[in-house]
Each structure stands twice: as C-alpha cells, then as structure tokens.
Design a protein around this ligand. Structure first.
Ligand code: ATR
Length: 285
C-alpha cells in the first residue's frame, strides 16, 4: 500500500490488482462536474493490508469502492449495512461518517439499470437465467430478487455452488421460483432459457481474448426472444454468437457506469452526471 498515494485522496477504489481500474476517471468526472475537484484515486491494497487501510480510511477518508478480492473480506469492518448490502453478502461501496463505515452493493443496481436501458426490462416479475455462481453473479441475483424477480435459474460449472445460492435465495424469499443445473447440461439449460426473459452471462470466462465460450452458445437458440447480457465489458464469444444470430445482447460496459453512478450518489447525495461519467469511460477506450 502506497501511503503517499493514500494522503492525496478522500475517495478511492481498493483492490489487488487495481491498475486496470477505470473508476478514477469516471468518478473524478462526476466530482469535477460538481466543482469538487478530483479527489478519487486507486490504491492497491493486498489482503494482509486491508485492516490497516480501513483504520486509515476511518479517520481520513469519506468513502471508497471495493473490488476483487476484498468484496467479502471487507464485511468484517462494516458498522452498518444497507438492506441489499446485507442480503447479497458482497460490499463494493463504503461511505464513512464520523469514523463509521456504511456498506452497500451498487453492482446489482448497476446491472439492473443497464438491463433496463438496453432491453427496457424491469426486475419485477422477470424470469432470469444466470450462467455462473461466483461473486459477480451473486450481487446481480440478489438485487433482481430483492426488486421482485419471479424466477431465477442458475447454471454453473460446479453444481454445488449454484445449489447453495439457490437454497439461500429460497430461504430469504420463499415465493421465488428457482432451479439449478450444470452448465454442461445442454437440455436443461435450453429448458431454462425457453422459459426466461433474460440471460445473464456472469462467469469470468471471456475476460481473456482466447477464452472459449463457457457453454455451448447454441442453447440460446431455445428462445428467439431472449435478451442476453454479458457482464464482461468486451466482445465475448457469447456476444459474437448472439450478433451472428440476431439475438438481442449487450456487454457489461453500462453496468460499470450504473454501479459508479449509484456509488457517487451514496457518498455525496448529489445527482450523478451519467453522461459525463460515460464520456470519461469512453475516452479510455
Ligand atoms: P467472480 O467473483 O468474478 O464472479 P468467481 O467467484 O471466481 O469470480 O466466479 C467465477 C465464475 O465463473 C464461477 O461461476 C465459475 O464457476 P465455478 O463456480 O465452477 O468455479 C465460473 N468459471 C470460471 N472459469 C470457468 C470455466 N473455465 N468454465 C466455466 N465456468 C467457469
């Protein structure tokens, strides 16, 4: 952890690795819009440095974002949670007030906003199939259910992880319909997709350009009206398949914007200038 860097900022994103993060440009554009300077930095915080960072932040900072690998390990330091932060067991945004840490997750809100913007779909009564059951899937799943989604199917390489998530959802929301299957189970996935409005690709596969698709994309043909959202913010093999087959689809760029805008509001209680934040992200491409 670079202490000199730390002193420059009232806000920051912390993680390890962190050099790739686009959050400083996006957030500083929003702060500048409100004449608040450029107070947001990125700080590499290793797992064994997290407690020291939090102790510093309590006294000296106003808020921070949390990314991989700290979204769960930060929870032990949080004094108060929003309802969604508690439910999804993952914290990406922290506000500091009088030395107390208020934690929330804006990832699910960012995702839901992106889905609404691209496909005009609201969470209420939605039937969704997720591919993946890791951290990225977790915050999305819980937000959609919290906002009234009707059905959640989870397909994963490791069935146990999907089952655990499904069991926890059912316990918290007994009226929810939820099923799981292996991502290699083509027929079961087809049946899930046939009965879904939305498909969310939430595995980490596709981050590297030469990654193969995490499942056979032909399963998507089961429903010609399905909309596909890939959390990865570049053209993955799944998205390429969708474009070839005229399946409505979008990549994860607007989710980054949506979670950032929600975080900005959570800290400052000011309106987030989303067009300006979006422009700042696009300038980085
Ligand atoms: P994140 O927090 O970014 O979601 P994660 O918790 O490591 O990262 O989860 C990654 C997701 O991608 C998981 O659903 C993982 O499947 P497993 O639960 O079976 O590990 C999935 N994933 C990673 N590599 C994969 C691969 N080669 N094929 C299929 N799924 C994969």
């Amino acid at each position: 952890m670079n202490c000199e860097d730390l002193k420059k900022y009232q806000y920051a994103v912390i993680g390890d690795p962190i050099s790739h993060s686009k959050s400083p440009q996006m957030q500083n554009a929003a702060f500048e819009f409100h004449d608040l300077g450029r107070p947001y930095g990125k700080i590499q915080v290793k797992t064994d440095e997290l407690a020291d960072f939090v102790a510093y932040a309590r006294e000296n900072m106003r808020g921070f974002n949390v990314t991989v690998p700290h979204k769960q390990s930060i929870i032990q330091f949080i004094d108060n949670f929003t309802e969604i932060g508690k439910l999804c067991n993952s914290i990406n945004t922290v506000r500091i007030e009088n030395g107390n840490l208020y934690g929330t997750s804006t990832d699910g809100e960012g995702l839901a906003k992106a889905v609404e913007g691209h496909f005009g779909m609201k969470a209420e009564n939605l039937k969704i199939t997720f591919a993946g059951a890791g951290g990225a899937a977790q915050s999305g799943v819980w937000f959609f259910v919290y906002k009234g989604a009707k059905k959640i199917n989870i397909c994963n390489r490791t069935l146990e992880k999907a089952q655990q998530m499904s069991d926890a959802l059912k316990k918290a929301f007994p009226a929810l319909e939820t099923e799981v299957c292996l991502m290699s189970d083509f027929e079961k996935m087809q049946s899930f997709i046939a009965d879904s409005d939305l498909f969310i690709q939430a595995t980490s596969v596709g981050l590297k350009d030469d990654d193969p698709p995490p499942f056979d994309p032909a399963v998507l043909d089961a429903n010609k009206n399905i909309c596909v959202y890939d959390l990865i913010y570049k053209e993955t093999k799944i998205l390429k398949y969708c474009r070839e087959k005229n399946i409505r689809c979008a990549d994860g760029s607007n989710m980054l914007l949506g979670q950032g805008a929600a975080a900005f509001k959570f800290w400052t209680k000011l309106e987030a200038p989303e067009n300006i934040m979006k422009q700042a992200l696009e300038e980085l491409k």
